[in-house]
Design a binder for this molecule. Sequence first.
Ligand code: PLP
Length: 386
Amino acid sequence: MSTSSSAKPASSAPTTAKPQGVPLLDLKRQYVTLKDEMDKAVLNVLDHGKFILGPEVKELETKVAKYSGVEYGIGVNSGTDALLLALRAVGVGVGDEVITTDFSFFATAGVIARLGAKPVFVDIEADSYNIDPKLIEAAITDKTKAIVPVHLFGQMADMDPIMEIARKHKLSVIEDGAQSIGSSYKDKLCGSMGTIGCFSFFPSKNLGALGDGGMIVINDEETGDLCRILRLHGSKPKYYHKIVGYNSRLATIQAAALLVKLPYLRGWTEARQANAAYYDKRFAGSKIVTPTVKDYTTFHIYNQYTVAVENRDEVLKTLRERGIGCEVYYPVTFHAQECFADLGYGKDDFPVSSKAASSVLSIPIFPELTEPERELVADTLLELAG
Ligand SMILES: *Cc1c(COP(=O)(O)O)cnc(C)c1O
């Protein structure tokens, strides 16, 4: 066991006794470190009563935009709605095609289908689990309107070639940064490279709200205004509708909570990076395949620490029996989902994502994880899969 104290936020968890089990994520440990500030911020909203688009929403929009190196932020209901509104705002509709990865959380593909457009899947890179830019051009047709790269697990997709292809074919790029707020690619921040960037504040993301929340970040003022109109039923001015929009505002109370958390985000991410470095070292030389940090990645935020193992399902079962938190992100790829059967993909069309779906496993990486806990996770995984 390491005797040095790492730069971690204070934790309520026991740090000396050998842990009985380890949660995949424990949000309560974060809350106890912020309780006074958080309670005050939330109670303040109850007090001022501006529950819809109150002053905290505007403040958070400004701060998240700045944090992401982008001009404007537009707070919305969820990361899913951020993607939905972004795609609408660049004109995606019935009959269009939108290219995205075969391997992500369902929302990425779901929003494309909900707009009446056709999701077109592309296989991933074996090491980063992100969309393989080399395979994108072959998927472009005259109906293609946009590309949605997902920055999975905390690391950005290979954006330079993606942006190059988008420029050449005049396509919009909507970055799904739900798992990667604050990450960077070369000298550019997540959300700042595409036409529009999308973030999620789902509680399990690095910057998590007290429920659902999300944000669109954008440099273009006109398209940003359109996103703002779309989140208010398409009305401008109020009660006058040129277009049909959505009810998708970020709740003031969520913005207030997120404003408390935002100053800590960098430190939390550094604690995640320290946990990742520990695991990397422990698993080096074993059969456990650790996450690859690509050359172009200048800041990996480790929303997940995802390994690949040979006997995944057995390992998963035993870890659970022993009380070690773990989860498979994602057990079913998009092309294999029942709801996308009519897209006509064959089961062998995406060999790399299919292999990932059967071999990956995510283990506890959250900032407040204690040293004995991560040691137990590493010992157990090495015993089962090393
Ligand atoms: C979480 C997530 C979303 C959806 O965000 P919600 O806020 O839960 O709607 C979209 N894409 C990816 C990759 C995600 O991880």
